[in-house]
Each structure stands twice: as C-alpha cells, then as structure tokens.
Design a protein around this ligand. Structure first.
Ligand code: GZL
Length: 323
C-alpha cells in the first residue's frame, strides 16, 4: 500500500513537468566536464552518511566534478557554501536545506548568476518555485502517516490510554515538521492515543538518549516512542534499557529511515516498526543535473520510492540492505 501510494504520487509528480528553461550555469554546461556544487546538511546520522556516500560515488560514476561541503547542521554554513559555489561559477548547485525557511535571498543570487539549483532530500517553504528546478526526495507526511497507521492497528485491542512520546528531528526541518504532522493527523482520530511529550533530539543518537532520559523521569507511563529517525530511536533504546525496561516490549518503538543500525535493532525486536526513507539519491541527482544542464524538461517533484518494515520483515531484509 505504502509503496503503491508512493509510486502513484511519484507518477503524478512526473506528470507535473515544468520547462527547465535550459539555463546552464555561468560555467556553461556544454561538452566540458560538469562541475556540481553540493551543500550537505552535516554528518548527524547514519542516514546522512549514506546520503553523502551515494552523492560522492554517483558523481564519480557520472563523470561529474563534485565540490562538496558539510555545514555541520548550520544554515549559515550552507548559505556560505552556496555563495562560494556562485563565486566559483559552478554549473549547477544542489543542496539539502537543513531547515525549510530563509533561502530566498541566496537562491535569488544563484538565479541572477544563471546557476540552476536542485533541492535534494529536504524541501524549502519559499512560494517562489522559480528558485529551483526540481525537488528530489521523500514524502515525509506520508512517512508520518505510515507510522500512525501501523500504531493504530498494533494497538487496536488496547482499552486504556496509549501514551506516546515523540522524538522530533531538527527544529524547522521539513522531515521534522512533516513527520510530526502526518503522524498527528491520523493519531488524533482515536481518543485513546495521547501524545504526552514531544521534543527535538536533533536527529542525533545523543539527542534521542538525552530527551528520552528526561521523558522517562517525568512520565511514569510511556507506552510508545515515535522517533523521527533511527539515530534518535537507538539513543532512546539506550535510555530505556538503562531505566531497566525492555525496548520493543515494555515500550513500543516506531522509527523512520531504515538504516542498517535501525534495521538491526528492528530485527532484534527492539524497534517494532520502521518507515524507510531512502538516502540513496546520488544517481537520480546526477541524472537530473545532466538533464537540467542539457536544457531538458525535468519534473517539479521527484518522489523516492520507499516501504516499511515490522521486525520480521526487517530480519528478512537486513542481509540485502545497501545502507
Ligand atoms: C530525511 C533526512 C533526515 C533523516 C535523518 O530525508 O533529511 O535527516 O531522516 C537525517 O536521519 O538526519
């Protein structure tokens, strides 16, 4: 269902084609080697590490000269990197916006310099769609909805209140905002589900552990943890075990990403349900880069195809996982 619905969204996205305008970067596209400037969020999670590896390996395979920067999860560093790519006259700029807001000024500078921009992984909230050629990444609202749908089914026999604590991703980030809203929109339909606490763990393992320790101290009855990524779920598992409880049994754990560490915890029964968020965007990014610089039409939105895993499915899938 999840896969089918995503494919449908993906197909719909492909049909909403936009003329790319055929602009080439200030450095031109032409037959010369393409130079791509990529401003990465940071190295905060297993997902991010896999995403970086995919982009670097795909650039090499595609014969694209990659300039790469790590912003350590700071927007000002990403903006500095984008300005530097503009000065270097790269052919195209791609980046994963650490937060949704605050990009219009620097993206207008790229547009004025005739350097096309591709968004990957995370979206921005600017109403000006001319600031970028396409957005390649997951549907985070759908991911939140998948988590909620599984929980509603898993707890259908529960009679009393089901107390949920939520470990949010980076404040202001599209995946944090959308995974929260997608989940809450479905959960609120059933009065037994109570989100008793929700706080950012910044997508990191240490953040998830610290926040979960505080949740355990201030909430005597926690039935479910909904973590916006595996790293925070794994941190929460450490805190739960340190408190003498059994993760996956005393407290149901739902996570997003499906990285190897998360899938291993799921296979061990410590995480009960994982929604996949595919970081392997490199090949699609290089293909879109070449198409934009060749003046070809590209879709406004390219949605990555993803699925979900319960513990048994994670155990079966683990040997074949690429990240
Ligand atoms: C989602 C991505 C998120 C991952 C986290 O596309 O932006 O950022 O879910 C990562 O693991 O830190």
């Amino acid at each position: 269902m999840f896969k089918k619905s995503l494919v449908a969204v993906g197909l719909a996205a492909v049909l909403t084609l936009t003329a790319c305008g055929g602009s080439t970067g200030a450095g031109g596209g032409g037959s010369d080697e393409i130079t791509l400037g990529f401003a990465q969020v940071g190295a905060e999670s297993g997902w991010r590490t896999a995403n970086t590896k995919s982009i670097q390996e795909s650039a090499k395979t595609a014969g694209i000269n990659l300039k790469f920067s790590d912003a350590q999860q700071k927007q000002e560093n990403q903006i500095k990197a984008i300005r530097s790519y503009i000065q270097q006259k790269v052919d195209l700029i791609a980046f994963s916006p650490v937060v949704e807001s605050g990009w219009d000024t620097v993206l207008k500078e790229a547009k004025d310099a005739n350097i096309p921009v591709i968004l990957t992984d995370r979206a921005i909230d600017s109403p000006d769609k001319t600031l970028y050629k396409t957005f390649l990444g997951s549907d985070f609202v759908l991911e939140g909805q998948e988590a909620a749908k599984w929980l509603i089914k898993d707890k259908e026999a529960a009679t009393g209140d089901v107390n949920i604590v939520e470990l949010q991703g980076t404040t202001g980030a599209a995946p944090a905002n959308d995974r929260m809203s997608g989940f809450a929109d479905l959960i609120k339909a059933e009065s037994k589900f109570k989100i008793i606490a929700s706080q950012t763990g910044d997508f990191t393992r240490s953040g998830g552990k610290q926040v979960m320790e505080a949740f355990l101290k201030s909430n005597p009855k926690i039935d479910v943890v909904y973590a916006h990524n595996d790293d925070m779920a794994l941190g929460a598992i450490e805190a739960i075990e340190a408190a003498g409880k059994v993760p996956g049994k005393d407290i149901t754990i739902i996570s997003v990403d499906a990285t190897k560490d998360g899938m291993t915890a799921a296979a061990d029964g410590k995480i009960n349900f994982i929604v996949e968020c595919n970081p392997l965007l490199g090949d699609q990014l290089m293909d879109l880069t070449k198409k934009v610089l060749a003046g070809e039409t590209v879709p406004e939105r390219v949605v990555t195809v993803e699925t979900t895993f319960d513990s048994a499915q994670a155990k079966a899938a683990l040997p074949d996982r690429k990240y």
